[in-house]
Design a protein around this ligand. Structure first.
Ligand SMILES: Cc1cc2nc3c(=O)[nH]c(=O)nc-3n(C[C@H](O)[C@H](O)[C@H](O)COP(=O)(O)OP(=O)(O)OC[C@H]3O[C@@H](n4cnc5c(N)ncnc54)[C@H](O)[C@@H]3O)c2cc1C
Length: 402
């Protein structure tokens, strides 16, 4: 091997970047000249879009057999430093060893993290559904409530943040609490949203449907109100109210992985690296950015890729293809994803499916739920550990036929 592509991250963007890079190398017949390597803590795809669900099972499929089938090496560790000037990254292995990896092309696909502002008690007392470990900790905590004495604090859950993740989390919660505490328990489930309306980023069109669904699920929506302090017994809101609860779930937005800050050039307010249409970091040669760390236009009308799985799976394919294409002499492919949809789980009410950036309502209730189930149990899972099957869906212009 005389050339190397290093990909940091094995999430949606990193996994698809690896498959698509391996596909391009294979198309050019250069498997013996270009090595593709993925660095991440474990060779697993963590299914973050499902972590709001009541049962945290099958959320980390093993992708080691897939990587082996397509000839991609996995190194267990985290990239700690990027030295773009000398084309090297420093990796801390999960075995504690530090290694320096030279690269010809580097793909940053290290994802995002929950935004944790400086709210007193947030880090110590709030739960979240951002990563597998934290979602599992919430699940364990909720189950343990059944063994606590019955109080208002035990029976109350407050979700802080009424965006996409907060809405999905809170809609599940009344049923989830009743399953644990008993169907007759006097439960209270509240969502706090700082903006004047629930789902501020989802826009006005789907809002009446969301409000109807949350009301039917038994969720109390409190708008124009944030959490200003959290402790083990409750939360204090920006309007001075005190809500007794042992369970505050924080869902207030995401920020790009801090590694993105090590890449020269402009960053947006979420810490994402400005990329060109080929997903090359604008300020650093030899570096591609993809998934939640990339800020890039999806179309010619000014829409930007969201920090979403929907965008990450296509961004990954394009970044991986282009990183390899530059080395093996194939044409590079511009990123474009004009179709935008959302599918919002609304607990026992069903789910809401919308199309377009203005989110026109297309499916609701059980029809929406059937689609959400399909997305959550099939579409976002890794392809089979079979080289031909994986390459067949890894082309950079791949679109899911909905
Ligand atoms: C509760 C919840 C619900 C969501 N619902 C939806 C939804 O309905 N629809 C939707 O489209 N999106 C949804 N999302 C967003 C979606 O999960 C993310 O946008 C998506 O996971 C981004 O993919 P990614 O590959 O960029 O990053 P990630 O999936 O975060 O993967 C990052 C990878 O990088 C690895 N990594 C991190 N740091 C390093 C490092 N230093 N070195 C090497 N590897 C590293 C991680 O271990 C991981 O493998 C949801 C997210 C959450 C949390």
């Amino acid at each position: 091997m005389n050339q190397k592509i290093v990909i940091a991250g094995s999430g949606f963007a990193g996994m698809w970047a690896a498959i698509s890079a391996a596909r391009a190398v294979s198309l050019a017949g250069k498997q013996n000249q270009v090595e593709v390597m993925v660095v991440s803590p474990t060779p697993q795809l963590h299914i973050r879009p499902r972590l709001y669900e009541a049962v945290i099972e099958n959320m980390a499929p093993d992708i080691a057999p897939l990587l082996e089938a397509i000839g991609v090496r996995h190194l267990a560790g985290t990239v700690e430093a990027i030295h773009a000037d000398r084309r090297e990254v420093e990796v801390l292995g999960t075995d504690g060893e530090r290694v320096t990896l030279p690269y010809d092309r580097f793909v940053l696909a290290a994802g995002s993290r929950l935004f944790m502002p400086n709210v007193p008690g947030l880090k110590e007392h709030a739960f979240n559904v951002d990563q597998l470990a934290s979602a599992s900790a919430l699940e364990k905590h909720l189950k343990a409530l059944a063994h606590k004495p019955e109080t208002a604090a035990r029976n109350t859950v407050v979700v802080a943040g009424g965006g996409f993740t907060g809405i999905e989390t809170v809609a599940e919660m009344p049923q989830r609490l009743r399953d644990i505490l008993g169907q007759d328990a006097k439960i209270r489930v509240v969502v706090l949203e700082q903006a004047p309306a629930i789902g501020p980023d989802l826009g006005p069109v789907p809002r009446p449907v969301i409000e109807e669904a949350l009301a039917e699920c038994g969720v109390e929506v409190i708008t124009s109100t944030g959490a200003v302090a959290i402790d083990a017994e409750g939360v204090t809101t920006s309007t001075g109210e005190r809500i007794e609860t042992h369970t505050v779930v924080w869902t207030a937005g995401a920020r790009a992985n801090p590694l993105a800050a090590q890449i020269n050039g402009e960053h947006d307010r979420f810490g994402r690296v400005h990329a060109d249409q080929y997903l090359r970091a604008k300020g650093a040669e030899g570096i591609f950015v993809t998934g939640d760390v990339a800020m890039v236009a999806t179309d010619d009308e000014g829409h930007l890729a969201a920090m979403s799985c929907q965008h990450a799976v296509i961004l990954g394919r394009v970044a991986g293809h282009n990183a390899a294409a530059e080395l093996v002499g194939l044409p590079t492919h511009p990123y474009s994803q004009p179709k935008y949809v959302t599918c919002l789980d609304l607990g026992p009410w069903g789910a809401l499916y919308t199309e377009g950036w203005d989110r026109q309502v297309k499916l609701t209730r059980e029809a929406g739920k059937a689609l959400k189930r399909e997305i959550n149990t099939q579409w976002i899972y890794p392809p089979k550990a079979d080289r031909h099957a994986a390459f067949a869906v890894a082309n950079p212009d791949f679109v899911i036929a909905a």
